[in-house]
Design a protein around this ligand. Structure first.
Ligand code: ADP
Length: 680
């Protein structure tokens, strides 16, 4: 091919001997060969005459070939048509040519190049050749691409992105920041960010030092601030702050990514408040204390001021609690309230909520509203000083009436309540109302129980006297009948006497329970021989049964401290139950013994037994096992309650082991006295 054996510069020298001296040529050749970019020369029509060393290094074409088609082949096929069109156009216009295109490297990789072609003209202005150069701009292009990408990202980010210089002066303020804080970028560039936003952080030299201290320890800081928007409203910000350093590690500024978490935090706070309030409300039955505690819980997270008013039985409004973070302000509010008690007929506010049972909600309190709501100049001036910004009063409502109201007010925080806040306040109030009602119901229940115990005590006492007379007369009659030899009548009177005993037993149980309730059951204190107590009881019970034989096994060494008669009552009760609840059996075993410093008495029967699920409850008063499959046994469900109370009073324990249908063993243990008669 033409030109392959001859360098284009040589030919250039031949063709343009006049304008290219040997010296110039050598100079150009050195320069071109040393260039780390592609350099080439074409004739006026675009035919290649020269490629420099870098061309061959880059493309991998054999050195010394000056083929135009190589150049065309090296250009990316997508860029080729435009390139050729440009070249052909330039041939006619003779203009400076500049274009970006991809050029294939020897390894097949295309890299972006910026190509330039400078026309060389003769004296008449005709283009005689072109000098071309192409430099690899792939990296710049990529960087520019990345930068553009980041710029778009920052532009479009939902979050606020703010970049500052080392003095925290704002340099970048994205649309997210405009949306979040209400300031436009051109209003804030150059201002000190924390000052502008009234961040709860230090500014000035100390603030800067603090930040640098943070960033000498860690890459980024993540946390929350309270800031303010352009309109002065408070906003809670979750912020991630990173510093920007140059190559030498010098801090160029910081970048903050801010997100509004006001609503999210408010919900969290509400949930926490609700959980805590519920705990407080359930903690005590004194509703005055609990409601005051709930009001206190509400500040300052839910409200700057929180008050609870209750409707008294006489229709008067009583302020139960008022809370503010500053106790001085609370005192001041109390005095104010006393000086100006609320008018129960007032058309708005707490009296109205109490009357109607409907909430009042003022998301935005305007000055006009203050003027309308206050009764005189003094009150108005005060209200203005407090600077109310939002308020809501919600009823403490029961199904049939309103018993009070809770008021939440924001002032210095500048917060405005929303519909969600109102719903939340109503939820709190409904829980509070329920707690108050529960406390009232509980008090009533307690009163009813006390009344019942009093009645039981009185009734059993009143019943005792006639029953005692009844028993006495029965016995007199029975003896007379016996003497007369009227065995038939005597037997009936004996039965009557036994029924009278049962009646006495029931009356005694009632009396005992009433006394236990009021802690009036009396006990003797003495050293008691359990062996004697048990035998005595067996001697009394044995004659009352014709079906069962009661066997006593073992003895107790030593004595216990207490009331022998009451302990006897326990044994008697266990024995009577054992017989009563084992109608198919014919024996009961009583065992005396000792276990770890305590005397034990157990009574075993072989009767119906007690199902597992009832075993824990049979010692409760009035508890009776009711199983439809079993026949019913008479009783009041008091015996075991009294027995276990007596055992407890003696410092002992009572337990039961039983299996349905197999039988039951009740055991009670009482502390043994030491040898010297002292209690252990
Ligand atoms: P009651 O007057 O009903 O006997 P108690 O307090 O003495 O009252 O007993 C409570 C309940 O425990 C009884 O109703 C009965 O169901 C159950 N119970 C007590 N002792 C026995 C026993 N030895 N065997 C089976 N069940 C028993």
């Amino acid at each position: 091919m033409e030109g392959e054996s001859q360098s284009s510069l040589e030919r250039m020298a031949e063709q343009n001997g006049a304008d290219a001296t040997n010296h110039d040529e050598a100079y150009f050749r050195h320069l071109a060969e040393a260039m780390p970019q592609i350099v080439f020369v074409t004739d006026a029509r675009g035919k290649v005459e020269y490629y420099n060393q870098h061309w061959y290094d880059y493309t991998g074409f054999p050195r010394g070939t000056y083929r135009t088609e190589d150049w065309i082949a090296a250009v990316h096929p997508d860029d080729r048509p435009a390139m050729l069109a440009r070249r052909d156009a330039d041939v006619t216009t003779g203009e400076l040519f500049e274009a970006e295109y991809r050029l294939r490297r020897h390894d097949g990789v295309y890299r972006w190049h910026l190509g330039r072609g400078v026309p060389v003209k003769d004296a008449a202005g005709n283009v005689i050749r072109r000098f071309g150069a192409a430099i690899d701009i792939t990296e710049q292009k990529e960087t520019a691409e990345r930068l553009r990408y980041y710029a778009i990202l920052v532009e479009r980010m939902q979050d606020a992105v703010i970049t500052t210089d080392p003095d925290l002066r704002i340099r970048l303020w994205n649309p997210g920041a405009e949306r979040l804080y209400g300031w436009k970028a051109d209003e804030v560039i150059g201002l000190v960010a924390p000052e502008l936003l009234q961040s709860t952080i230090e500014t000035g030299e100390r603030g800067k030092a603090a930040w640098y201290a943070v960033f000498s320890q860690q890459e980024r800081w993540h946390g929350e601030f309270h800031k303010r928007r352009k309109d002065g409203s408070p906003v809670r910000i979750e912020s991630t702050i990173t510093y920007v350093k140059d190559g030498d590690g010098k801090i160029l500024g910081v970048t903050a990514i801010d997100r509004d978490v006001t609503a999210a935090r408010a919900i969290e706070e509400n949930m926490r408040f609700l959980a805590e309030a519920s705990k407080v409300l359930g903690s005590s039955l004194d509703y005055r204390t609990t409601l005051a505690a709930v009001a206190q819980l509400g500040v300052p997270e839910i409200a700057d001021w929180c008050a609870v008013d209750m409707l008294g039985e006489d229709g008067a409004i009583e302020r139960l609690a008022i809370a503010h973070v500053d106790p001085e302000k609370v005192q001041w509010a109390r005095e104010l309230q006393e000086a100006n008690p609320p008018d129960p007929n007032a058309p708005t506010g707490v009296p109205n909520v109490l009357r109607t049972g409907r909430a009042e909600f003022y998301p935005e309190i305007t000055d006009a509203m203050l003027v309308a709501a206050t009764r005189n100049e003094e009150e108005l001036a005060l209200a203005r000083r407090i600077g109310f910004s939002s308020a809501m009063t919600v009823p403490l409502r029961l199904p049939d009436r309103t018993i009070g109201a809770m008021t939440f007010v924001t002032a210095e925080s500048g917060r405005h309540y929303t519909g969600a806040d109102l719903a939340f306040a109503e939820e709190v109030a409904s829980r509070a109302a329920l707690a108050v009602e529960n406390a009232r119901l509980y008090r009533e229940a307690r009163r009813a129980i006390a009344l019942r115990d009093e009645f039981m005590s009185l009734a059993s006492h009143e019943l005792k006297t006639p029953v005692t007379s009844l028993k006495m007369y029965t016995q007199v009659l029975q003896r007379q009948a016996e003497r007369r030899g009227d065995t038939d009548l005597s037997d009936r009177l004996l039965k009557m006497d036994r029924q009278t005993d049962k009646l006495t037993g029931l009356i005694n149980d009632l009396l005992n329970v009433a006394r236990i309730q009021t802690d009036q059951l009396e006990y003797e204190d003495a050293a008691v021989d359990l062996n004697a107590v048990v035998h005595e009881c067996v001697d009394i019970i044995q004659p009352t049964t014709t079906t069962h034989r009661i066997a006593v096994e073992g003895t107790v060494e030593g004595r216990v401290w207490g009331d022998g008669e009451r302990i006897g009552q326990v044994v008697t009760n266990l024995l009577t139950n054992a017989i009563k609840y084992s109608p198919q059996a014919d024996r009961v075993i009583v065992r005396l013994g000792a276990r770890g410093g305590a005397a034990t008495v157990s009574v075993e029967d072989f009767g119906i037994g007690i199902a597992e699920e009832h075993q824990g409850k049979i010692f409760d008063q009035f508890y009776r096992v009711s199983d439809p499959s079993e026949k019913t046994y008479p009783g009041l469900g008091l015996g075991l309650f009294i027995a276990s109370e007596i055992v407890k009073r003696h410092g002992g324990v009572m337990e039961v082991r039983s299996a349905s249908g197999k039988g039951t063993t009740f055991t009670f243990a009482l502390p043994l006295l030491r040898g010297d008669g002292e209690r252990r």
